[in-house]
Design a protein around this ligand. Structure first.
Ligand SMILES: Nc1ncnc2c1ncn2[C@@H]1O[C@H](COP(=O)(O)OP(=O)(O)OP(=O)(O)O)[C@@H](O)[C@H]1O
Ligand SMILES: [Mg+2]
Length: 285
């Protein structure tokens, strides 16, 4: 399922003294099966952009095409569009409301009109994909850690079998362990199902590790797009717009400034570990 965003503009409070241009002529194509990360300074338009993807907002100008079809053209198709594009809001666990995790994950597929057996099957598959086994099924959301709750909420969307999963800051407010669990779950699910993932994140390290492509937003516009390597090589542009490359690349630059010969395009902790290990071996000799 390809998504084409064409000349998308969004004004909040149009025509009032409070008018604010949140999106300004955004053009993007997101291909089937891609893992795309959207990064940008606070207020750059990330949340506004992703809410347009399942027609929660109406463009002031421009369009969103889903497999070539304008999603705002025919209101009768909205329900089906929202099922195909699953949107996980920030702090999705606030919307967990059933007594048990299993019931909560069943809610979406039940609403879609599936029979009981299919609802249960969909819920089990979704919980399995986010790494919550049967021991969690009868637990109340209150018994879970932050990371587990977040994964349960993501499972609730996955159970509706969307073709595209859109997540707004899925690790906000979660401790480092929970963060790794969430990212590993999203990555696992992406590989298992081939689902398209569009993820808004502040963490350069996580984005470098998982995304095929990064979209950098600045003041409602797309400032830069490319592979993590391409994007993080533009350090001065990133710094100009209030962002930074992953910390590991600054470590490499620091070492290079001190005369050590190390690669400069190192963006993940795993890559940096290898480089530092090799360097230590040479220094020891
Ligand atoms: N409901 C709203 N009414 C008016 N202005 C809004 C509304 N929501 C967002 N804005 C404004 O639109 C711009 C883009 O906001 P948006 O929430 O899309 O940014 P963001 O990149 O998601 O930021 P953050 O990283 O803080 O979540 C900001 O200037 C924001 O103040
Ligand atoms: Mg936001």
């Amino acid at each position: 399922m390809s998504i084409e965003i064409s000349h998308l503009t969004h004004l909040y409070n149009e025509g009032t003294a409070m008018e604010r241009k949140a999106l300004d002529d955004v053009n993007l194509t997101i291909n089937d099966g891609e893992f795309v990360a959207i990064i940008g300074h606070t207020g750059s338009g990330k949340s506004t952009l992703i809410q347009h993807l399942n027609a929660l907002m109406k463009p002031t100008g421009g369009k969103i095409l889903l497999d070539g079809e304008d999603i705002n053209k025919d209101k009768t198709k909205l329900k089906s569009i929202r099922q195909k594009i699953g949107l996980v809001f920030q702090y999705p666990e606030h919307q967990l409301f059933e007594m048990t995790i299993f019931k909560d994950v069943c809610y979406g597929p039940k609403n879609m009109g599936l029979n009981d057996a299919d609802v249960e099957k969909a819920a089990k598959e979704a919980l399995d994909l986010v790494g919550l086994d049967e021991s969690f099924y009868d637990k109340s959301p209150f018994e879970l850690s932050g990371g587990q709750k977040r994964r349960a909420a993501i499972a609730g969307i996955l159970a509706m079998k969307p073709r595209v999963l859109v997540l707004d800051e899925p690790t906000a407010g979660v401790d480092p362990r929970g963060r790794n669990e969430i990212f590993d779950a999203i990555n696992h699910m992406h590989h298992e199902t081939g689902i398209t993932v569009i993820l808004v994140s502040h963490s350069m390290e996580d984005v470098a590790k998982y995304a095929d492509r990064i979209i950098v937003m600045n003041q409602g516009r797309v400032a830069l797009t490319g592979t993590p390597r391409e994007v993080f090589s533009r350090v001065s542009l990133l710094e100009e717009i209030g962002l930074a490359a992953p910390q590991t690349s600054y470590v490499m630059k620091g070492l290079s400034d001190k005369g050590y010969s190390v690669a400069q395009d190192i963006y993940t902790v795993d890559e940096a570990t290898e480089v530092l290990y090799d360097l230590l071996k040479q220094v020891k000799k």
